[in-house]
Ligand binder design. Structure first.
Ligand code: SF4
Ligand code: SF4
Ligand code: FES
Length: 257
């Protein structure tokens, strides 16, 4: 079953652009990325679009579809009414390179700012032991495909370019939370307090737990409930309760020894 669908696709570059109207054939079972490819093949040969896996795993086809941040390859055409005009625009939070392609290097800059896992000094390779519940907790965060839809939707940077230097965004605050809850991470022994760093250097306090990041995550990671809120709670404990700080050091030493 096929029909001719109506689309508005943003075309332009860093200097400016506009929505252009197209009519494109839509077939049963297709996703928005299929339509963009057909448009490229038949009418707009130089349309720029980034994609790779077409399976929701590489995280590169992120865009805004009818204003909602989504993966183009995981958005079925069947969710739209046949008479509806489907609008496809680039992610708004990042600078446009061309058409649907944005420059997401902001995210790589933020990733580089996070100190990596610090191996426990008294354990060798193969000697690490963790409780299964600790493994499962961080496993959820490891499902991230780095599509940056959560970074794109977060109002802290979406409408406030000036916040970008001070705010890492949900994907990277989640990474800090993951490392902070890792029972074998020895960062504190090197003088690195991940909670304080998240608060003071990566803008954890800017997050007012609206959960918009969680709502758009294609991997259904509970970014806010399972990463950001616990990190905020631990940062507050650390700030206001010195006994909590002392207890955490003792617990970590116990896990390492
Ligand atoms: S919950 Fe926090 S990080 Fe997520 S979108 Fe809202 S303000 Fe941004
Ligand atoms: S946390 Fe979810 S929305 Fe954010 S980058 Fe990872 S997969 Fe994408
Ligand atoms: S093309 Fe890989 S996630 Fe869409």
């Amino acid at each position: 079953m096929s029909y001719t669908g109506r689309f508005k696709v943003w075309r332009g570059d860093a200097g400016g652009g506009e929505l252009q109207d197209f009519e494109v054939e839509v077939n049963e079972g297709e996703v928005v990325l299929d339509i963009i490819h057909r448009l490229q093949a038949t009418q707009a040969h130089d349309l720029a679009v980034r994609w790779n896996c077409k399976a929701g795993k590489c995280g590169s086809c992120s865009a805004e579809i009818n204003g909602r941040p989504r993966l183009m390859c995981m958005t079925r055409m069947s969710v739209f009414d046949e008479s509806e005009t489907v609008t496809v625009t680039p992610m708004r939070t990042f600078p446009v390179v061309r058409d649907l392609v944005t420059d997401v290097s902001f995210n790589y800059t933020k990733a580089r700012e996070i100190p990596s896992f610090v191996p426990p000094p008294r354990l060798g390779p193969g000697e690490y032991r963790m409780q299964q519940e600790d493994v499962e907790r961080s496993q959820e965060f490891r499902k991230c495909i780095e599509c940056f839809l959560c970074q794109n939707v977060c109002h802290v940077v979406r409408d406030h370019e000036e916040n970008k230097t001070a705010f890492a965004g949900p994907r990277f605050l989640m990474r800090m939370a993951e490392l902070d809850m890792h029972p074998l991470d020895a960062a504190e022994e090197t003088g690195l307090d991940r909670k304080t760093t998240a608060q003071d250097e990566h803008g954890l306090g800017y997050c007012n737990i609206t959960k918009c990041c969680t709502e758009v995550c294609p991997e259904h990671i509970k970014i806010t409930d399972n990463a950001l809120i616990p990190l905020k709670e631990r940062a507050a404990d650390r700030k206001y309760d010195p006994l909590v700080w002392l207890g955490s050091v003792i617990r970590r030493r116990g896990a390492i020894d």
